[in-house]
Design a protein around this ligand. Structure first.
Ligand code: ADE
Length: 263
């Protein structure tokens, strides 16, 4: 996969993309990332990329021209500027994604969807916002990484790159590693333990030391359901549960009632 990032702050990407799994994914040739400075595409003498908003009000707004020029130069999509609502990316195969708190919420499902593309373009907004014509005439998608406001789209872009990269074939060591993820299964993940078996009097559940793989699988499923039920019951409404899972849930409900009655 190739990802083009359009930003006013390329320096923010130095570091996070050059460590750990993202570094390995690039070395393996599974992922390539190009960071483009929007300022390089401003044509005026001072390379101005923002301006005051029409209609007044505080803050600055990112100008449309440098962003359009940058994206069009890199993706090769046609100028002149498209008509409103007819972004060049509409129907085109490269998603042009604007990072904004107003976008659709980024989830594991969206990460999986994006991982299916060969190429992505991420536009990082800044200041008070981005001229609306970037949204209506250039971007094909808008994504928010959560219901909070960041100082810009850069960290959001890095979150998306990270979540998508680990889903690319061959990037994680074990092929099943991503399959058991929290959210990929529709449930939160079961607890993990490693050596030592006792640490500061905290013990590892005996079943994990038993070597009984069927029993371990049952315990893990039960704990995944328990954790989801306690922390994110909303996920159970859409999780893919079988008969046995439902029995586990009923059992957990009974267990909770019993514990409550005893206390
Ligand atoms: N830019 C500012 N806040 C953001 C958010 N929550 N998600 C994506 N981009 C953003």
């Amino acid at each position: 996969m190739h990802i083009d990032v359009f930003t006013l702050f390329p320096g923010m990407f130095v570091g996070p993309l050059q460590e750990s799994i993202l570094k390995r994914a690039q070395e393996m040739g599974r992922l390539s990332i190009a960071i483009h400075n929007i300022r390089d595409y401003a044509t005026d003498k001072h390379h101005i990329t923002d301006d005051t908003p029409y209609g007044g009000g505080g803050g600055m707004v990112m100008k449309p021209e440098p962003i359009f020029r940058a994206v069009e130069a890199i993706l090769g999509v046609g100028s002149p500027l498209p008509k409103l609502g007819e972004g060049p990316g509409m129907g085109a195969s490269i998603p042009i994604i604007l990072l904004t708190p107003q976008g659709r919420l980024f989830t594991q499902q969206v990460a999986q969807e994006l991982a299916g593309h060969e190429r992505l373009a991420l536009i990082c907004g800044h200041y008070e916002g981005v001229d609306e014509r970037v949204r209506t005439g250039l971007a094909t998608d808008e994504i928010s990484i959560g219901d909070y406001v960041l100082t810009g789209g850069e960290l959001a872009a890095m979150v998306i790159i990270d979540a998508v990269a680990r889903l690319l074939p061959g990037v994680l060591g074990a092929p099943e590693a991503a399959e058991n993820d929290s959210y990929a299964t529709g449930l939160l993940e079961y607890p993990h333990y490693t050596r030592p078996p006792v640490f500061r009097e905290l013990t590892v559940p005996p079943v994990l030391l038993s070597g009984d793989h069927a029993e371990i699988a049952r315990w893990r499923r039960r704990e995944a359901i328990r954790r989801t039920w306690l922390r994110r019951p909303d996920l159970l409404l859409i999780a893919d549960l079988n008969e046995m899972d439902r029995a586990i849930l009923a059992d957990l409900a009974e267990e909770t009632v019993r514990v409550r009655l005893q206390s």
